[in-house]
Design a protein. Structure first.
Length: 316
């Protein structure tokens, strides 16, 4: 006979509630769900050991075309905080939140950034297909890839710190200190690359990426990036778009061309073959790499992308 079973049941109940009352609000790590790997990493940078993160779309995953699993429904239902990108990136999130009965706190990491509008032709060609536009494809003309500009990552990190602090005020100072330290690393990185991009000529500033995921980065460093696929990987590039891009690459003698970790490389490889331009490396657009890859966290992702773009651009 165990000790517990010898204690009268009424007393046992009493002991249990006493334990619940005296335990700190979040003695165990706070269960947090992030919609994709980059956000998951940012929450980890800010939350440290106080959080236990689950990223719905994992390394090298494509959040544009993601389909939540029954396991995701369970994970979210057990979370205290949901961190999403916003800007209509996670078209599947509302339905998932509803299915899981999620009642926790939410942080929209991009809140407060200057949203970038999609070019008109992008919207027409890639986002709605004119007359047969449906809600699923609609992005309200906004580009969701704000995390690819280091300055926006600073906004993301501060939003996450505020969200965690509201939920767990006891550790608010620690969250803000972690965020501040991380922001300094981002600023150092930006300060390192900004002058090198500034030194490029107009010709060198051009490059081709697989889908249009680097608009904010291009805006930040004054680059001209073209992509056969639009903002959303769900829409296929039309043969006419690809032919137009190939003509442009030849005419403008663009030599910097990149594949992506989340997209099928075949289209870019086809363009490379037809133009004779060698791909200048792989960019990590919408997801981290696996832990043993080139971009296992957001800081190394930003560094890798800036470095890869710059090296290829300097050579053209
Ligand atoms: Zn994307």
């Amino acid at each position: 006979m165990t000790l517990a079973s010898r204690i009268p049941s009424r007393l046992r109940l009493g002991l249990c509630s006493l334990l619940l009352l005296t335990a700190p609000a979040f003695a165990a790590p706070i269960p947090v769900t992030a919609t994709f790997s980059i956000l998951g990493d940012l929450v980890k940078q800010v939350g440290g050991e106080q959080v236990e993160i689950h990223s719905l779309v994992g390394p090298d995953g494509d959040a544009h075309v993601y389909q939540p699993s029954p396991q995701d429904v369970r994970t979210l239902s057990q979370s205290k905080l949901l961190v999403s990108n916003g800007l209509h990136f996670e078209g599947w999130l509302d339905r998932l939140a509803q299915a899981s009965g999620f009642k926790g706190a939410q942080v929209v990491a991009s809140q407060g950034i200057q949203a970038r509008a999609m070019a008109d032709d992008d919207e027409e060609e890639h986002d709605g297909h004119g007359h047969d536009a449906d809600e699923h494809h609609h992005h309200d003309g906004m580009d969701p890839h704000a995390w690819n500009d280091p300055e926006n990552v600073i906004v993301y990190v501060n939003n996450i710190a505020q969200g965690l602090s509201r939920l767990d005020p006891e550790h608010a100072d620690q969250y803000q200190a972690n965020a501040d330290a991380y922001v300094r690393q981002i600023q150092t990185l930006d300060g390192e690359y900004r002058p090198r991009f500034a030194a490029l000529s107009a010709q060198q500033r051009r490059a081709i990426t697989s889908h249009d995921a680097f608009g904010y980065l291009a805006q930040a460093y004054d680059l001209s990036l073209l992509a056969p696929q639009g903002i959303n990987t769900e829409a296929e590039a039309s043969a006419a778009d690809v032919a137009k891009l190939i003509r442009q690459i030849r005419q403008e003698k663009i030599k910097a061309l990149f594949v992506e970790n989340i997209s099928d490389p075949r289209l870019l490889e086809q363009i490379a073959r037809e133009t004779g331009v060698q791909p200048g490396g792989r960019l990590f657009s919408d997801a981290l790499s696996a832990a043993d890859g080139q971009a296992p966290d957001t800081l190394s992702l930003l560094r890798h992308n800036l470095d890869t773009l710059l090296k290829a651009m300097e050579q053209q």
